[in-house]
Design a protein around this ligand. Structure first.
Ligand code: SF4
Ligand code: SF4
Length: 410
C-alpha cells in the first residue's frame, strides 16, 4: 500500500515509467566509472536503463549477461546527479534488482552476509575475532605469508585497519551545554560493531552542542544492501522495525555513515533523518565551546552517498574551518567512487581496487597527515589500501577529528 492509500503499480510498470524519463541524451556517460573503464553502452547508465526497461517489457530475458551488466553498477548515483532529465536511477536500479531477484536466489555467501547484518550479536562476535587476530599479530602474519592471495574475503579481512573493541552504548546521554534539543542516534550494523569510536565521538560532539542523545535499543540495519540486491521484503521488514524504534519526540535521527543516511532517507521514518556532519555544521557554534588550534593537513574524501544522494558533501568544509590552523584539502578526483560501494569490494575486487588505487595516488600526491570521510565502507576500503601500502595515514570520521580539537566543557 502507498502512503496515499493507493495500490502500488506492478514492478514492471514502475520500471517502465521511470525508464521512460530517460531521453537517451548520453550526458551521464562520461561521469560513469564503469563506462569510463569499458566504453560500451551496456556498461553505461543509459545502457542499464535500456536493459532494465527491455526486461520489464518482456523484450529481453534475465540472461546472465544482462544480470552482469546490472550487477557491475557501483550504484554511486553519479549519473543521477548529472542527469538533466532527473531520472531516478537509484530507485530504478533497486526495482530492477527486485525484478531480477524474482527468479534468482542470492548466492549462499550473499545470503549469509545479508543475514549477518541483521544479527548484531553475530556481527560483534565476528569483529571481536578480527580484533583478537589483529592484536595477537595473526593478521599481520597472514598478510606476510600472502594467505589472502586466493580468497578475496580473506584478503579483505587480513588488510582491515586496526578495529576498536566493540563496546555498548548507554540508552541516553544528556546535553553538556545549555540544552537545544533531543536527537536519536542511528548506530548502523557495521558501525555499531566496528566503529564505536565514531559513534562515541558523535555522541560527545552532539552533547557539546547542547543535545540530549537517545540510542534506541531496538533499531535495525538500514537495509541498504538488502534493497540494492533485490531483497525488498527484508529491506521493508527492517524499515518497519526502524519506524517503530525511532517513533518518539526527537528533533532528528542522526546518522554517522552517509551510506546509511541515504537509505534511511528513503525509508519514510517518523522523524527527519540527518547526516551527523551536516546536522552539526548547520548549528551555531556554542559560545562556551573552545577549540584548540591545529597544525596538520587533512584531506577530505567525499563519499558518493554524501555527494549524489544527500547532496551535502560540502557541509564538512565550514565545520572543519572552526579548527584554527587546520589545512583542509578536498581529496583529488572526489567525484569518482572509491570502489567500496557496499558489497562491491567483495564481488568485483579487481575493479574496486583499481578505483581505490586512483584515490591512493591522490593521497600520495597531496600527502595529508590524515584523511576524513563520512562513510564507514569508504573508510575501511581506503584504510585497507593504505595498510597494503604500509602507509600509516589514519582514515577517520570528521567528527572524531573535531572532537579531538574541542576542549570539552567541564
Ligand atoms: S539517464 Fe539522464 S543523462 Fe543519462 S542518458 Fe538518460 S536522460 Fe540522459
Ligand atoms: S550508479 Fe554509478 S556506476 Fe552505476 S550507472 Fe550510474 S554512474 Fe555508472
Amino acid at each position: 500500500m502507498q502512503p496515499d492509500g493507493s495500490e502500488p503499480l506492478p514492478l514492471s510498470r514502475q520500471i517502465d515509467q521511470l525508464a521512460d524519463q530517460c531521453v537517451k541524451c548520453g550526458l551521464c556517460l562520461p561521469h560513469c566509472p564503469t563506462y569510463q573503464a569499458d566504453l560500451t553502452e551496456n556498461e553505461s547508465p543509459r545502457g542499464r536503463i535500456a536493459l532494465l526497461q527491455a526486461l520489464a517489457n518482456g523484450q529481453l530475458e534475465a540472461a546472465p549477461k544482462l544480470r552482469a551488466h546490472i550487477d557491475h553498477c557501483l550504484l554511486c548515483r553519479r549519473c543521477e546527479r548529472v542527469c538533466p532529465s532527473g531520472v531516478a536511477y537509484g530507485r530504478l536500479f533497486d526495482l530492477g534488482q527486485q525484478l531480477l531477484a524474482q527468479d534468482r536466489r542470492p548466492a549462499r555467501a550473499a545470503r549469509l552476509g545479508l543475514a549477518l547484518l541483521t544479527r548484531p550479536v553475530g556481527l560483534r562476535a565476528l569483529v571481536r575475532l578480527i580484533v583478537l587476530g589483529q592484536r595477537s599479530g595473526l593478521a599481520a602474519l597472514g598478510r606476510g605469508l600472502g594467505l589472502g592471495r586466493h580468497s578475496t574475503l580473506l584478503r579483505r579481512g587480513l588488510t582491515l585497519p586496526r578495529l576498536p573493541w566493540p563496546r555498548s552504548l548507554a540508552p541516553h546521554y544528556p546535553a553538556m551545554t545549555p540544552r537545544r534539543g533531543r536527537v536519536a542516534l542511528f548506530t548502523g550494523c557495521v558501525s555499531a560493531a566496528a566503529d564505536s569510536r565514531t559513534l562515541g565521538d558523535t555522541i560527545a560532539v552532539l552533547r557539546y552542542f547542547g543535545f540530549d542523545v537517545t540510542v534506541p535499543a531496538t533499531q535495525q540495519c538500514c537495509g541498504a544492501l538488502h534493497a540494492h540486491s533485490g531483497q525488498h521484503a527484508q529491506a521493508e521488514q527492517l524499515a518497519a522495525r526502524n519506524r517503530r524504534a525511532f517513533a518518539g519526540e526527537f528533533d532528528a535521527i542522526i546518522v554517522t555513515a552517509s551510506g546509511c543516511a541515504s537509505q534511511l532517507l528513503e525509508t519514510d521514518l517518523p522523524v527527519p533523518v540527518r547526516d551527523a556532519v551536516s546536522f552539526i555544521a548547520n548549528q551555531s557554534w556554542p559560545d562556551s565551546l573552545p577549540v584548540r588550534a591545529g597544525d596538520e593537513t587533512v584531506a577530505v574524501h567525499e563519499p558518493c552517498s554524501a555527494q549524489n544522494v544527500l547532496r551535502a558533501a560540502n557541509d564538512i568544509y565550514p565545520l572543519l574551518e572552526h579548527i584554527p590552523g587546520l589545512r583542509i584539502l578536498p581529496l583529488g578526483d572526489n567525484a569518482t567512487c572509491c570502489g567500496a560501494a557496499g558489497s562491491y569490494l567483495l564481488r568485483y575486487p579487481a575493479f574496486a581496487d583499481q578505483l581505490r588505487a586512483r584515490k591512493l595516488a591522490h593521497v600520495e600526491e597531496q600527502h595529508p597527515d590524515r584523511l576524513v570521510t563520512t562513510n564507514i565502507g569508504c573508510a575501511l576500503h581506503l584504510q585497507s589500501g593504505l595498510v597494503e601500502q604500509h602507509n600509516l595515514i589514519p582514515v577517520i570520521h570528521p567528527l572524531t577529528l573535531l572532537r579531538e580539537y574541542i576542549e570539552a566543557p567541564a
